[in-house]
Write a protein that binds this ligand. Structure first.
Ligand code: GRF
Length: 205
């Protein structure tokens, strides 16, 4: 049976699109069953609509507290019985209620080689630092900021004439491929988290 994916988005949704496209192949082993967003009028919601995937929007501002928003986010995701929840350019930190349900099966993707350059401006921070190689990281979400166990990483060289936009576009090409590959392997082969620090993730047996 296909693994059920709920994908959370805040922007253009090209990572979501890559997952939707991969899921069209029955051998991929997963299906996007719902898309959630924290804002209206974004490419990610348009892509969900065009693919006929149910979508929901939960804006923090519409809730009495961040905790209430987090509880509702968890509940709405849970309605779709996901095997994996994937934050694909979702610009919100999830909280205790969400992690209470989905810790260990919630993924995020970050446009830098963690633990370097976490946070909102990973591409800009890497460029400003002057690194010659950066990349992207797919990881399991925990209560920290871009701090959970690493599932997979890919390198992207920094060019002398790169600005933030050009570098981010090249990173996103690698990021989409990495996310699709990682999610597919997790869906088909399973995964486990081991090691004394609980940080070593192995996909497959
Ligand atoms: C990705 O680079 C993600 O890592 C970052 O925002 C970008 C989202 O791109 N947080 P998209 O919305 O999937 O096109």
């Amino acid at each position: 049976m296909d693994a059920r994916l709920v994908v959370l988005v805040s922007g253009e949704g090209t990572n979501l699109q890559a997952l939707i496209d991969a899921c069209a192949d029955p051998a991929y082993g997963a299906a996007v069953v719902a898309v959630g967003a924290d804002r209206d009028d974004i490419g990610g919601l348009r892509r969900a609509r065009e693919a006929g995937i149910p979508a929901f929007v939960l804006k923090v501002a519409d809730f009495a507290s961040r905790e209430a928003w987090d509880r509702e986010l968890a509940a709405r995701c849970a309605q779709h019985l996901p095997d994996l929840v994937i934050c694909a350019g979702f610009m919100k930190l999830v909280g205790k209620a969400f992690l209470g349900r989905f810790a260990g099966r919630c993924l995020n993707t970050h446009p830098a080689l963690l633990p370097s350059f976490p946070g909102m401006h990973g591409v800009r921070d890497a460029l400003d630092y002057g690194v010659k190689v950066t990349g992207c990281t797919v990881f399991l979400v925990d209560e920290g900021v871009d701090a959970g166990p690493v599932l997979a990483q890919a390198c992207v060289p920094v060019n002398d004439d790169d600005d933030e936009a050009a570098l981010h576009e090249r990173i996103k090409v690698a990021e989409r491929a990495l996310l699709v590959d990682t999610v597919g392997r997790m869906a088909r082969e399973g995964w486990s988290v081991t090691g004394e620090t609980g940080r070593k993730v192995r996909i497959g047996s």
